[in-house]
Design a binder for this molecule. Sequence first.
Ligand SMILES: *[C@@H]1O[C@H](CO)[C@@H](O)[C@H](O)[C@H]1NC(C)=O
Ligand SMILES: *[C@@H]1O[C@H](CO)[C@@H](O)[C@H](O)[C@H]1NC(C)=O
Ligand SMILES: *[C@@H]1O[C@H](CO)[C@@H](O)[C@H](O)[C@H]1NC(C)=O
Ligand SMILES: *[C@@H]1O[C@H](CO)[C@@H](O)[C@H](O)[C@H]1NC(C)=O
Ligand SMILES: *[C@@H]1O[C@H](CO)[C@@H](O)[C@H](O)[C@H]1NC(C)=O
Ligand SMILES: *[C@@H]1O[C@H](CO)[C@@H](O)[C@H](O)[C@H]1NC(C)=O
Length: 348
Amino acid sequence: MMMPAAFLFLLSTILLSGKAAASCHPSDKEALLAIRDALGNPDQLSSWTTESSCCDDWINVECDDSTGRVTALCITPVGDDDDEVDGSSTPGTIPEAIASLSHLEELQLIHLPNLSGPIPPAIAKLSNLSVLIISSTAISGPVPPFLGELRELTQLDLSNNSLSGSIPASLADNTNLCSIDISHNSLTGSLPPSLFSKAKPPQDDDEEGGNYTVSLDLSHNRLSGSIPAEWSAVMFDTLSLSSNAFTGDASDLFGREKPLDSLDLSYNRFSFNLSGVELPEELDFLDLSHNAIYGSIPVQVPDFMDSQDFNVSYNLLCGEVPDALASFDADSFQHNSCLCGAPLEPCR
Ligand SMILES: *[C@@H]1O[C@H](CO)[C@@H](O)[C@H](O)[C@H]1NC(C)=O
Ligand SMILES: *[C@@H]1O[C@H](CO)[C@@H](O)[C@H](O)[C@H]1NC(C)=O
Ligand SMILES: *[C@@H]1O[C@H](CO)[C@@H](O)[C@H](O)[C@H]1NC(C)=O
Ligand SMILES: *[C@@H]1O[C@H](CO)[C@@H](O)[C@H](O)[C@H]1NC(C)=O
Ligand SMILES: *[C@@H]1O[C@H](CO)[C@@H](O)[C@H](O)[C@H]1NC(C)=O
Ligand SMILES: *[C@@H]1O[C@H](CO)[C@@H](O)[C@H](O)[C@H]1NC(C)=O
């Protein structure tokens, strides 16, 4: 079929400009404008105007190029130096209109100290959400059980807010979840035994030999109770339970073959015998300070880089410091029952 040159020219112009014009789906734009208004039209969203395209011209928004659907919304104070734009001008609660961004895969609300109220059920409608970060805001209320409905969720960061109540067992239903950070809140209660129990390795397991590891940070809360026996089967690579009120035996977290590379149990009331524990080969950060751990430091220790990476101070340990740690700062070993040997006093 022959086409007149002028028609071809017109067609290609439409296709070319079409790429840019198709970039903002009307219903997503409408939702974003509602979000902007609900947040009180803050300065940092001044690029969100009705005339412009939400995919091309708006900051904090990312789209799927081919569909023009909004896939990421990341509201955080703009600029590296926060001299003029600070998040404190964003008032209000998390807008319900977020639920209309049906293709959203990533939602980040970070450093918005005036954002308050609970996490709304609307969030549970975002069925493709993979990354949810609401951090350093004033949101309060519980960690809602409905977050367990987000089946695509891989990363949940609710750190540094004012959340209270206990950790919902339903988070175990997020089978793709491999990173949870709810540190610096006011959580109470005990640890759900089922957490990460249904975790299934990612389908594309060609990387890293397919080993599935998870990371968990619950530090700086008011959690209590002991570590569930079920957690000895969880493949943690990073675990921080620092600054809570945990008690009991944490030795099941250890083991030569565990993929653990960072463990922080400091400032709790853990009490167990460290003598027979096998430190994981991969471990390069260990803080056990301020507990009631007894026994001795295992002779076989992995390669810690320096003193900052190893701390067993303020416990009830006894016996000789292993040679591999002799060059470390005495601070790492202070306030124990009867530890001895370099860098401490010689053993008698
Ligand atoms: C944001 O919070 C700060 C400190 O709490 C307060 O001074 C300011 O008035 C708040 N701004 C708005 C717009 O609510
Ligand atoms: C969710 O993601 C899948 C795969 O990327 C896509 O096929 C589907 O349309 C998305 N659903 C929504 C509601 O965005
Ligand atoms: C925690 O959030 C507050 C604002 O709510 C912020 O001032 C502070 O820097 C945050 N702390 C961390 C460690 O991010
Ligand atoms: C995967 O895990 C197994 C058993 O835990 C271990 O033997 C293997 O070395 C790990 N593979 C990698 C690439 O870390
Ligand atoms: C700790 O365990 C070791 C064996 O691993 C044992 O010899 C020692 O008596 C135990 N210490 C205490 C205080 O129970
Ligand atoms: C170990 O922890 C104690 C208590 O928190 C602290 O005083 C000391 O400086 C720490 N040591 C190192 C080397 O970080």
